[in-house]
Design a protein around this ligand. Sequence first.
Ligand SMILES: [Zn+2]
Length: 175
Amino acid sequence: MLTRRLPATVEPYRLAANHERLEGLVALGKLARLADEIGEQEGDAVAALQFEVDAQRRHLIAGELQAELRMPCRRCLQPMTVPVSSRFYLAVVGSDASAAEVPGEYEPVLVDDEQLDLLGAIEDELILSLPQVVYHDEADCAVSREQLSSGDVSAETPSRPDSPFDVLKALKGKL
Ligand SMILES: [Zn+2]
């Protein structure tokens, strides 16, 4: 089992020159921007990063990550576990000017003073891979189908215009 933690920062030029591969855990509870998006997290993400230099002397990182995040169900607002996984391709650049020359499949990451903010880059990827909205399965949701159809919670649903049930109701009303 993987128990090693990834370092917060790495030297990407050196790692790429040596074709190194880093694998390790990232403590989700330390990622403040992720917490701003979906609330406090616990547990770890698992990440693997392969550092390479290509024929054009670009310093590249191919990464993979997996995590189980806690996100609020849009219907009942209770937390639910959401598996997230992502593959990403980063190109290390030293300036905004060279970022413009990175080929389309790569995301430029700006490196200052030869140090890459590795945790920041992984946090960015996690945030990019978040689903827009999540719902429990109806059987598991605190707001059951019976409540929805019997009207127990209908008093509050009109105030949530983004609920798909309201959209459905509006559509049915038009037909
Ligand atoms: Zn729910």
